[in-house]
Design a protein around this ligand. Structure first.
Ligand code: SAM
Length: 286
């Protein structure tokens, strides 16, 4: 298990980035996903589809903070207790900015904000940020101000490619009604996530993370999380768009070891497409 300091440290955050002679700042690639790696701005998975699959049963949900879209879409579907986790503090910052923004910006302004967040060279380049900054949780505000010129939200490709994932007008209205404040954030590596959990969840969504792990790590993760799933509840893992599914097979295979307490299956969004999104579902039976 990795050991991490659980307090925000601006100097540590800066150390994860490098500056080129031309003055461009970027996250050190060899660090991969890390304590302060840049977050996504818009999810690269079809969370709209996956959150609808469990619309009726998902009251208590644990999901990756990522870009913030996962908890926001689960809230949209009616989940009333949503906790989030992520290895990167930038994911918390992105999520806090988005949950604050829906109450301050129109939908058009919100979309413009997302487009700017990805490429912004400094905080003030982000459309609407001045309307939001004072309503952010204190630590998030300090973080984004202190790292003003760092590309904290630059992961993934340009969010203009994901325009369909951005909330529709009706979804935006509903998010405004249902998301009243920031989501609880657990700053943790997946390997030690279980040590921060209290109670059981209807859904634990490990979306697009297991793809970066070995089958052994996946198996260990499932063992550590299984007691935090309610009986009949689910652990789900979905793939990114365009069938980015390298390790879904590994998750499925790892799941086979849990036959005594779980049922598992694969749901493909569009059976006619080779590259269709897939979600692997493990349901606790006892
Ligand atoms: C590939 S991204 C998926 C994007 C995400 N679904 C979104 O909303 O944009 C995976 C997310 O999981 C986080 N992550 C990656 N490895 C992790 C780990 N070992 N433990 C906890 N979080 C991790 C990353 O920081 C990132 O936010």
């Amino acid at each position: 298990m990795k050991y991490y300091k659980s307090t925000l440290n601006i100097e540590d955050a800066k150390k994860e980035y490098m500056e080129t002679p031309k003055g461009n700042i970027f996250h050190i690639p060899s660090l991969g996903f890390s304590r302060y790696s840049p977050s996504y701005v818009v999810t690269n998975e079809d969370i709209r589809w996956v959150s609808q699959l469990t619309k009726k049963e998902a009251h208590r949900v644990l999901t990756a903070a990522g870009s913030g879209d996962h908890p926001m879409f689960y809230a949209l579907q009616g989940a009333d207790h949503i906790d989030t986790f992520d290895i990167s503090y930038c994911a918390k910052a992105a999520m806090d900015i988005k949950t604050a923004a829906i109450h301050k910006l129109t939908r058009d302004e919100y979309i413009q904000m997302l487009l700017n967040m990805h490429s912004a060279r400094k905080l003030s380049d982000i459309h609407g940020i001045t309307k939001i900054i004072d309503t952010l949780p204190a630590n998030t505000a300090i973080f984004v101000k202190e790292l003003n010129e760092y590309p904290l939200f630059s992961n993934g490709i340009d969010p203009s490619f994901y325009k369909d994932t951005m909330p529709t007008a009706a979804e935006y209205d509903l998010m405004q009604q249902r998301i009243k404040g920031p989501f609880k954030f657990i700053w943790s590596d997946l390997g030690s996530l279980h040590s921060h959990l209290v109670g059981e969840y209807d859904i634990i969504n490990l979306s697009n993370i297991l793809e970066y792990m070995t089958p052994e790590q996946i198996q260990k993760t499932l063992v550590s999380l299984r007691t935090y799933v309610k009986p009949e509840g689910y652990i789900m893992a979905q793939t990114g768009n365009w069938g980015i599914s390298r390790n879904n097979k590994a998750f499925y295979e790892a799941s086979q070891k849990f036959k005594r307490w779980a049922k598992m299956g694969l749901i493909k969004k569009d059976k006619t497409k080779v590259n269709s999104e897939i979600v692997v579902v493990l349901q606790r039976t006892r």
